[in-house]
Design a protein around this ligand. Structure first.
Ligand code: APR
Length: 336
């Protein structure tokens, strides 16, 4: 009996080993002890493509890592704490996900967070340039519209910028649109397809409801209400949490889904498509989110603008000047 069990375990071991040889990815979460970082790390701990999960923060990561390391999935978890350990946390990373920063409080806009979060992105980007310049980098820290151009400038200065490897995570806007449409239509949100393009705050978020599948049925009033709800959904959560932070659990879910898609692309899976905020020449805004095919080197193909109706064209017109402003602010910060 014991022999049989031992044999079975050995077989499992062999099987696990052969899987890990194919799917051998290191993911680092910067800001891993936070409201987003902890559930994001928990979800990534369950991703079978991850073999090394590296958790970096300025506080609490030894505890978070010890806790997660008891979960019976194959990835090894390691905690890194404080700026002195940032380099070690990043070395060898295939994907770096960044939710480090301060969250929004009631009455604050995403741009109010700018100075603190911009500095954090600058420091982490500098370390990425030195320690894992080929990693795919996914930025969650707000304001995403500005933090992504900051990271791009810092990576450029270090001579390692590859626009195919730097992403702003706007997945939560898609996740919210799917949830709201699914529940409004009485269908499983997981079956809803909808591109959400533009940026990741307020009027820059452009849900292309005319292209949703199944189609969102409603008069213009209902369409406008839903559009505004998706654009302002972050504020809905900030108000409901009443001083206890901004969206964390849904953001962690969205971040884990996006990181999972980056890993699927790295791993050679076909037809991995996500909307994400990247360097772009699709509109006048030099960073813009559209549906992208993800592959072995990150961004494989930008699928461009979906078909827009007249209302959506107006939304796009409103988004572009705001986006351009947000982008310029990032460029100026990085070059100051
Ligand atoms: N390096 C690494 N981690 C940092 C740094 C830094 N320089 N500065 C702060 N952090 C960590 C904090 O210690 C904390 O654990 O980032 C984490 C942020 O967690 P929370 O304060 O709980 O904030 P959260 O709700 O997770 O939001 C983080 O994501 O969506 C955005 O707007 C949000 O920019 C904010 C970020």
């Amino acid at each position: 009996m014991l022999k049989q069990v031992t044999k079975q375990l050995a077989l499992q071991g062999v099987r696990q080993f052969s899987v890990s040889q194919q799917n051998n990815y290191k993911v680092t979460v910067c800001g891993a002890a936070g409201g987003i970082g902890q559930p994001l790390s928990l979800l990534l701990k369950q991703n079978p493509l991850v073999t090394d999960l590296s958790l970096y923060d300025i506080v609490h990561t030894p505890g978070v890592a010890a806790d997660l390391s008891h979960i019976d999935t194959k990835s090894k978890t390691a905690g890194f704490i404080g700026a002195d350990q940032l380099a070690d946390s990043l070395k060898g990373s295939d994907v770096v996900v960044i939710p480090a920063g301060v969250p929004r409080k009631p009455g604050m806009t995403r741009d109010d967070l700018f100075n603190v979060n911009a500095g954090i992105i600058k420091d982490i980007s500098n370390s990425i340039a030195k320690n894992c310049p080929k990693a795919l980098v996914a930025i969650i820290t707000n304001p995403v519209n500005t933090c992504v151009p900051i990271a791009a400038e810092i990576l450029k200065k270090a001579g390692v910028y590859d626009p195919k490897r730097l992403f702003g995570v706007s997945t939560l806007d898609v996740v919210r649109a799917r949830a709201f449409i699914g529940h409004a239509l009485g269908v499983d949100p997981q079956t809803v397809q909808i591109p959400v393009i533009g940026g990741h705050s307020g009027v820059t978020i452009l849900p292309v409801l005319s292209q949703s599948q199944p189609l969102f049925k409603g008069n213009q009033d209902a369409i406008e209400k839903l559009t505004v709800r998706i654009q302002e959904a972050g504020t809905e959560v900030v108000k409901a949490k009443a001083g206890a932070g901004s969206a964390t659990l849904s953001m962690a879910y969205a971040g884990a889904r996006f990181a999972g898609s980056l890993l699927k692309g790295l791993n050679g899976e076909k037809n991995v498509i996500e909307c994400s905020y990247v360097q772009s020449n699709i509109t006048e805004a030099t960073f813009f989110s559209t549906p992208l095919v993800l592959g072995k080197n990150g961004l494989q193909e930008n699928l461009g603008l979906p078909k827009l109706n007249d209302y959506e064209k107006k939304l796009l017109e409103a988004a572009i000047p705001e986006l351009k402003k947000n982008i310029q602010k990032g460029i100026d910060f990085a070059n100051a």
